[in-house]
Each structure stands twice: as C-alpha cells, then as structure tokens.
Ligand binder design. Structure first.
Ligand SMILES: Cc1cc2nc3c(=O)[nH]c(=O)nc-3n(C[C@H](O)[C@H](O)[C@H](O)COP(=O)(O)OP(=O)(O)OC[C@H]3O[C@@H](n4cnc5c(N)ncnc54)[C@H](O)[C@@H]3O)c2cc1C
Length: 260
C-alpha cells in the first residue's frame, strides 16, 4: 500500500499498517517527515508538540515502512504503481485571501515563520486571530519582535477555535504576558511597502510594519483524491478531509490502517 504525506496522519497509518504486516511505502514531498507538526511545535511554548513530532518521525523510520522523502505524489505516478490501497494524508495549505499586495516581499506565511524558514522584523502585523495567528504573534514577541499587532475581521480573537478551558486560559495569559495587540472587527485591505492598510467601520487606518504574516486559515490538499478515486482504492486521513487537529489525524491514521 501507498501512504501519501508524512504528517501525523500519514505516519500513524504507515506505522500501524506495517506493524500489521502490510508492505507499506510512504511518500513525503518535502525533505523531512513531520508535516504541520513542525510548524505547530515551532514556538518555544509548544515544545511538547515538537517532542511528539520527533517521537512519531523516529517511530516511522524504525518501522518496516519504506519512507521516500522529496517525493511528490502525482496521479500518474500513483496509478503507475498499481497499489492495492492508497491512503491520502496530504494535509492542507495556507489559504491566501485576495488582498492587494499579499504577494509582496515582506509578506510571509505563519508556517514559514514558525519553522524558521521566514525571518521577521521588529514591527510585525499578523493577519488572522485564530489559534495559529495568536500563537504566531506570541512566538514573534518571544523571539525578538518589539511590536506585534494582530488584525482580525471577527469581533473577538480566537472565535474560530474550539479548545478546552485550561488551554484557553494558558493562551490568554501568554498573550497578556507578551503584550500582543489585537484589532478586531477590522478588514485588512492592502499590504503596502512598509505599511498595512485596514478598515474599521468604513474608516481607513494604517500600521507601519516590517513584516506581515498570513494566518488566515487552511485549505485541504484534496485534489489528488478526485483524480484517483475512480481508478484505485483510495481513502483520506486527517487535514486532507478538513483542517482539524493532531488528534483527529492520528486517530484517523490508526483506524484506517487497522481496518485494511
Ligand atoms: C501553525 C499550526 C499550529 C497547530 N497547532 C495545533 C495544536 O496545537 N494542536 C492540534 O491538535 N493541532 C494543531 N495544528 C493542526 C495539526 O498540525 C494538523 O491538524 C495535523 O498536522 C494534520 O495532520 P495531517 O497528517 O493530516 O497533515 P499534515 O501535518 O499537513 O501533513 C501532510 C503532509 O503531506 C505532505 N504532502 C502534501 N501533498 C503531498 C504530495 N502530493 N505528495 C507527497 N507528500 C505530500 C506535506 O508535505 C505534509 O508533510 C496546528 C497546525 C498549524 C499549521
């Protein structure tokens, strides 16, 4: 069988299927296993997530599954393999809203900041006050940014987040300690050269910024499923179904492998 994607969902599926005696190959398009866990565990205050990533990655490499990194699955290549079973665990990608200047040189993705691929300056603006935006803002403050402002369209921060009360309290405390500023009910309209424009109640405002960070949600990488479904036995696991959580991805990976 073939597992596409080396995030937590794909790794768990590969480990369990190999333990159960299946011949398993896992393809990961980047150079490393880990998927979104590498960004999720990027902030110093989420080291437990990075530890878990390391545990799963080591377990995958120790399993009998054959791991191929720098290997991007395309429909043609998958079908050429004549696999009995394909598990699509290709996760999700950042959603890029159609805002003027978003492709500018000082606009970067939250995942790239959290994994150290993208640098940021002293004055930072974050687009989106969901979990990723709030954590990225706190991360920037703990890593040297002097002023971090999060701009959010909804009336409150973390409105899209479902988590338990103690996590919420810990995050609230962290945001207070790091003095991250939030501007809610605000629509970011343009990323300019060193300046960001936003509107509140129809009035235009500006913020000086060195770096703007996009944290405005994720879109499932589910295109391959549509290309494969009529030709091979394929099932999906984790964020490729809907961007969700580590638990959902690992749980899904375990059960899909158990039921083969
Ligand atoms: C910044 C951030 C913070 C988060 N914090 C938390 C948290 O605190 N708690 C929590 O529960 N969840 C959190 N999440 C969500 C969690 O990380 C994801 O739900 C989980 O990683 C999904 O796992 P997955 O295996 O489905 O996909 P992913 O982890 O996205 O892995 C998919 C993998 O597939 C690879 N891939 C994609 N297309 C192909 C292809 N064609 N061929 C080969 N490989 C391919 C990708 O490179 C990637 O490695 C966070 C996510 C982010 C981005």
């Amino acid at each position: 069988m073939l597992v596409i994607g080396g995030g937590p969902g794909g790794m768990e599926a590969a480990i369990i299927a190999a333990e159960r005696g299946h011949e398993v190959e896992l393809w990961e398009r980047t150079a490393r296993l880990g998927g979104a866990l590498l960004a999720a565990g990027g902030p110093v205050f989420k080291k437990d997530v990075l530890d878990y990533a390391e545990y799963l990655v080591n377990k995958t490499h120790r399993s009998d599954a054959t791991v191929k990194t720098m290997k991007t699955a395309t429909a043609a290549e998958v079908l050429a393999g004549n696999w009995d079973k394909v598990i699509l665990a290709a996760g999700s990608r950042a959603t890029i809203p159609p805002i003027k200047g978003i492709d500018g040189p000082n606009v970067v993705l939250a995942n790239d900041v959290l994994t150290g691929k993208a640098k940021f300056g002293k004055k930072v603006v974050v687009l989106g006050a969901g979990l990723v935006g709030a954590e990225t803002a706190a991360h920037c403050k703990t890593e040297g940014a002097e002023q971090v402002t999060v701009i959010e369209m909804l009336p409150q921060r973390l409105m899209t987040v479902e988590h338990c009360r103690n996590n919420e309290q810990a995050l609230d405390q962290l945001l207070a300690d790091t003095e991250v500023e939030f501007i809610t009910s605000a629509k970011l309209t343009e990323f300019g050269d060193g300046i960001v424009t936003y509107e509140v109640d129809g009035t235009e405002h500006h913020l000086v910024t060195d770096t703007s960070i996009i944290a405005s949600g994720y879109t499932s990488n589910n295109e391959l499923f549509d290309e494969l479904i009529e030709h091979v036995d394929v099932e999906m696991v984790g964020d490729v179904i809907e961007p969700d959580s580590i638990l959902t991805a690992v749980h899904g990976g375990f059960h899909i492998a158990r039921n083969i």
